[in-house]
Design a protein around this ligand. Structure first.
Ligand code: F6R
Length: 241
């Protein structure tokens, strides 16, 4: 894993946007994997600015997001679908039909996961996958102790993740208990991975992730086995290294 320590959140976001844009310049029909959460918001803003400045054209890309709460309607303000359109997709020229998120409204969530996985395969796999990391080491909704081999699946959120995500909802009870999430097996298939990590609260898990030990207790540690990962950290997140 290559790690680059950035001065602050803005520098990390800017550098992250260059990595994404460079992927699209090199391969205009790239398949890009996106993430939600607070960390990539700055990067999405930089990419929108680059698009508006005529520096990058998203018309050929296909997008797949990592995860979605379940059950969750697309129009809910806390759905990841809403997040992505509100902050990113609506402001660039990606084609609507090329945008994919796991379907939080599916009546058969298991089947929806299988279809999602098939669609990624049919599109030729993910060229560049963007990731964040939870305080507990989760990636997407692959929680500590989960299998490292699974593909897109229905998963139960841990109490830790429910507590961390409650800040986006009116109260903790409103946070859905389940999600549809790409599995570590799907994520490890991406050709390139870009992980963004920001803030002091992530410093302890960053230290564990780079410890050299690969363990299901820290799902992010498995990225040590991937041969093309760039981790951009701000100084606060890197403070324990
Ligand atoms: C989001 C996702 C999550 C977040 C993680 C960090 O699609 O898959 O794993 O990346 O929870 O979230 P933030 O960035 O809010 O700290």
């Amino acid at each position: 894993m290559k790690r680059i320590i950035c001065k602050n959140y803005d520098e990390m976001s800017r550098l992250g946007s260059y990595v994404c844009a460079e992927q699209v310049w090199r391969k205009p029909n790239s398949v890009l994997g996106f993430a939600t959460g607070s960390t990539p918001m700055g990067m999405y803003k930089c990419l929108v600015d680059m698009y508006k400045g005529g520096m990058v054209d998203f018309s050929g890309i296909t997008a797949f997001n990592l995860d979605e709460y379940y059950p969750m309607s697309k129009s809910h303000e806390q759905s990841y679908d809403y997040y992505m359109w509100d902050r990113f997709f609506a402001h660039i020229n990606v084609k609507r039909e090329n945008v994919n998120l796991p379907n939080g409204g599916a009546s058969d969530p298991q089947k929806a996961c299988e279809e999602y996985e098939n669609k990624i395969r049919l599109c030729g796999g993910i060229d560049l996958q963007l990731l964040g990391i939870g305080n507990n080491g989760h990636i997407a909704f692959n929680e500590p102790g989960d299998s490292l081999r699974v593909r897109t699946h229905v998963t139960e959120l841990t109490e830790n993740t429910i507590a961390a995500n409650a800040r986006f909802f009116e109260c903790r009870d409103d946070v859905p208990r389940r999600a549809l999430s790409m599995g570590m097996g799907s994520i490890m298939q991406a050709r390139r991975i870009l992980m963004l990590i920001s803030g002091k609260s992530k410093a302890p898990v960053v230290k564990q992730m780079f410890s050299g030990v690969v363990t299901p207790q820290i799902p992010a540690s498995v990225l040590q086995l991937h041969n093309d990962v760039v981790v951009l950290l701000d100084e606060a997140a890197a403070s324990g290294l």
